[in-house]
Design a binder for this molecule. Structure first.
Ligand SMILES: Cc1ncc(COP(=O)(O)O)c(C=O)c1O
Length: 424
């Protein structure tokens, strides 16, 4: 039976209505920025396959690291046992993570690293006998699809069926320039009137909300205020980490540092599923006890999988190379020039850029949102031209693997302009 038919019969794809959706494309192989189909199509992966791929597909250096590790130790239980790839990765991460991340906790993906972060923050207070339960999040946030992660995200079509099962969260408005001082005032009031356990945020860019960007200065002020009220600050760098915003982490644009950080996606260069939650000495101190009730009872079967850790160590080596840094700089400078140019187009409401992220928000009669119907035009237009761009409603965004070439970026930019000219 044809693979496509078997797929249709057997497989339930993520974020995809079960009927009315086009059939998925069968990808046979991938190299660098290209996804390759059986019939020889080469599609530019302009969104790094859901923001994970940073060094290009089928990267030989990472593939070799996974291969060598698989021949040596593919997996071992991580309670009571440990291994070199995890220890090396913890050391590598500690060297680059913002702030003092004195302990590294492994899990499986972005959502689980957020769950770990939230549970650490809540148990931090519990272990000290302090009653602080409420979490503050920013409107529009997306932190993942597990229950805790959904609870601290924006509520809407993704979360409606589960609404009554999600814990209560206080939201502050998204701090765009025009409302920064109001948001800070509201946040201060919240901190004065309620017992807040933690503040979670996507630093500088809310990805799923449409690549919405905000200033490091206001985020610094919010963190400073939270810390003044002894609130645990959690940075969700799952999307923004590992060079995506131009610096190694988005928090590197700040003067304040988080108490807890969640990372995933680019950590393995986009090859293996892995989540990491780092936390400061202050957090660790509340768990540092032989009292069983103070133990952090959380773990997954594949915690610190050696293959994933080996991939992450290899990806780390590539990320630290000058070559990678200069690619990021090149992408940013081309993005910036295109942003300035496209901003003037009559169909563009706003064009935004940070590091390797470029977002073009289109004017639309409907509000800017994931459900905006323009996505139904945008996605096929680009795919027909062998470019994978998966818009967030009326927001076209581009965040390529760092190995992309100038000519490939130019091709994507001119196709975006071609699309804009089709809009009446
Ligand atoms: C900021 C942020 N947090 C968490 C997640 C969830 O990560 P995952 O899909 O790996 O569970 C995402 C995924 O897009 C994200 O962008």
């Amino acid at each position: 039976m044809k693979l496509e038919k078997l797929d249709k019969d057997l497989i339930w794809h993520p974020f995809t209505p079960l009927s009315g959706s086009p059939d998925p494309l069968l990808i046979q192989s991938a190299k660098g920025v290209y996804l390759e189909t059986q019939d020889g199509r080469k599609i530019i992966d302009a969104i790094s396959s859901w923001w994970v791929n940073i060094h290009g597909h089928s990267n030989e250096f990472i593939a070799n690291a996974i291969h060598q590790q698989a021949l040596k130790l593919e997996h071992v239980i991580f309670a009571g046992f440990t291994h070199e790839p995890a220890i090396r990765l913890a050391k590598n991460l500690q060297a680059i993570l913002p702030g003092d991340m004195s302990k590294i906790f492994f899990s499986d993906d972005g959502s689980t690293s957020v769950e770990v972060a939230l549970k650490m923050a809540l148990q931090f207070w519990y272990n000290q006998g302090v009653i602080k339960k409420k979490v503050v999040a920013i409107r529009g946030a997306y932190h993942g699809d597990t229950f805790g992660a959904m609870a601290v995200g924006e509520r809407g079509i993704f979360t409606d069926p589960f609404q009554s099962h999600l814990f209560d969260v206080a939201y502050i408005d998204f701090p765009v320039a025009e409302v920064e001082s109001k948001v800070l005032k509201d946040f201060k009031e919240l901190l004065e009137t309620e017992e807040i356990a933690a503040f979670i945020f996507e630093p500088l860019v809310q990805g799923a909300a449409g690549m919405r960007m905000y200033s490091p200065l206001i985020l610094d002020s919010l963190i400073r205020e939270a810390k003044r009220h002894n609130v645990i600050c959690i940075a969700d760098e799952i999307f923004t980490g590992f060079g995506r915003t131009g610096k190694t982490f988005a928090c590197d644009y700040l003067t304040e540092t988080p108490d807890i950080i969640a990372v995933s996606k680019g950590i393995t260069g986009g090859t293996m599923a892995l989540g990491v939650t780092g936390c400061s000495k202050k957090i660790v101190a509340a768990f540092d006890s032989d009292d069983l009730t103070k133990t952090f009872f959380h773990g997954h079967s594949y915690t610190a999988n050696p293959l994933a850790c080996a991939a992450a160590n290899a990806s780390f080596e590539l990320l630290m190379k000058e070559e990678c840094r200069s690619q990021i700089t090149m992408i940013n400078s081309l993005h910036e020039s295109f942003r300035a140019r496209v901003q003037a187009h009559s169909k563009v409401k706003e064009a935004r850029c940070l590091g390797t992220i470029l977002a073009v928000e289109l004017r639309s009669y409907d509000e800017t949102s994931y459900a905006n119907d323009l996505r139904k035009k945008i996605y096929p237009f680009f795919l027909e031209r062998d470019i994978l761009l998966r818009p967030l409603g009326n927001v076209i965004y581009l965040l390529p693997p760092y190995v992309i070439q100038e000519s490939e970026l130019d091709r994507i930019y001119s196709t975006i302009e071609e699309f804009l000219d089709t809009l009446i």
